[in-house]
Structures are given as C-alpha cells and as structure tokens.
Design a protein around this ligand. Structure first.
Ligand code: GDP
Length: 211
C-alpha cells in the first residue's frame, strides 16, 4: 500500500499536470471573480521569480508572463486549476530598485484583496534566495499578519546558491518566518529553473484544493 505522503504527492502531481486556465484579470477590488473555490495567492517583489515559479508549477511556459520590465503587471490574474483551486497571481511590489516601501497602489489593492477574500486559503510569499527577506518583503509580511491571512515563505532561485549559502538562506528565512504571527512554520526552497522543491510546494498547495 502507498504511504499517505505518496498518495498526496500523486494527487498534487495530477492536479498540477491537469488543466490550468486563465479566468480573469482584476484591476480593482470591485471586479474580482466569484469566490467559489479555495484560492492560493502568489506575492513577491518584482523580479522575485513569481512568473517563472507559476509556470514551472503548472508545467506551462507562458501561463504567467516572465517579464523583463518589473512592475508592469498591475492586476491580479486568476487561474482555475483543474476546477479544484484558483491560483491568484498578484502584482509584484518594490518596482523601483531603490524602493524601500510598498507603493500605495499596491498596498491598497492587495490589502483590500487580502482582507476581503473569504475563500483565500493561503498566500505564498516568494523571496529571492540571493537577497533574502528585504524591507519591502518584511512590510508585505506585516500586511499579511495584520490581515491574518495564513501565508508561507518560499525561497526562489536556489540554484543560484552554493550548498552552504543555501543552508544559510533557509535558516535566515525560517528565522524571519518565526517572527510573524500569520506565517506558516514550514518554508519552501525552490528553483523554477532547475525544478527544485516544486513537488513539496505542489503538495502543500494541493492539500488546500476542493475535494
Ligand atoms: P517576477 O517578476 O517575480 O514574475 O519574476 P520572473 O519570473 O519574471 O523572473 C525574474 C528573473 O529571474 C528572470 O530573469 C528569470 O529568468 C529569473 N529567474 C526566475 N526563476 C529563476 C530560477 O529558479 N533560477 C534562476 N537562476 N533564475 C530565475
């Protein structure tokens, strides 16, 4: 007989290998799609690797647009994953390189979304492993704590680090995570480029899907 973990991994694999369709792009809090399925939202600094990770998770090259112009996406994009879950791709924050605080526009849209979205099951907050949690990431975590939305931190681009640096990055982000009331204790370490850590994240997300 298969172990419960193996069964969960297979369920996750199937879910992410199945259809994933764009539903809707929302530019304001007044035109969100109906909240009928559990929702998992992806947030992170512009250039954190969010589009690449979404594409890698769903096995699609162009689900989310990998952009060389950070900060251009100013809408929340919703995707239906196999009729069981909605993935929400939130605009990246910290557009300007020097930006030390979240732009008002981002805060207003996102905070309204986070606070008001009853079907939001989890937020995946992506942190570039080479940089670790920056000021704007910590502010975003603060917003999530305030909104009392359950979130989990995921490092991206871990292929860029040596084994030793990776251990350090994971330790640092775990420590950061523990200082936040709404952060999930587990962290994920991923690389879209090298397909690392994707199965664990898929399993975490699939566990939230409608049955
Ligand atoms: P977004 O702005 O958060 O959506 O980030 P993108 O997905 O557009 O990625 C930003 C940059 O990081 C692009 O140049 C990607 O090719 C690069 N990138 C994304 N994921 C990875 C990864 O896992 N490993 C490496 N080495 N580079 C990555």
């Amino acid at each position: 007989m298969s172990s419960p973990d193996a069964v969960a991994a297979e369920v996750a694999r199937k879910l992410f290998a199945g259809p994933c369709d764009f539903i809707w792009g929302a530019t304001s809090i007044d035109n969100l799609p109906p909240a009928t399925l559990p929702e998992v939202a992806f947030v992170g600094r512009s250039n954190a690797g969010k589009s690449s990770l979404l594409n890698a998770l769903t096995g699609r090259k162009t689900l989310a647009r990998v952009s060389n112009t950070p900060g251009r996406t100013r809408q929340i994009n919703f995707f239906n994953l196999g009729g069981k879950l909605v993935l929400a791709d939130l605009p990246g924050y910290g557009y300007a390189r020097a930006s030390k605080s979240l732009a008002d526009e981002w805060q207003n849209l996102i905070f309204a979304y986070l606070r008001g979205r009853a079907n939001l099951s989890r937020v995946i907050l992506l942190v570039d492993a080479r940089r670790g949690a920056m000021d704007t990431d910590k502010q975003a975590m603060g917003l999530l704590d305030q909104a009392a939305v359950s979130y989990v931190l995921a490092l991206t681009k871990i292929d860029q680090l040596s084994a030793a640096d990776r251990v350090n990055a994971e330790d640092e982000i775990t420590k950061e995570s523990r200082t936040h009331t709404a952060a999930y204790p587990e962290i994920f370490a991923t690389s879209a480029l090298k397909s690392l850590g994707l199965d664990a994240l898929k399993a975490h997300i699939a566990a939230l899907a409608a049955t």
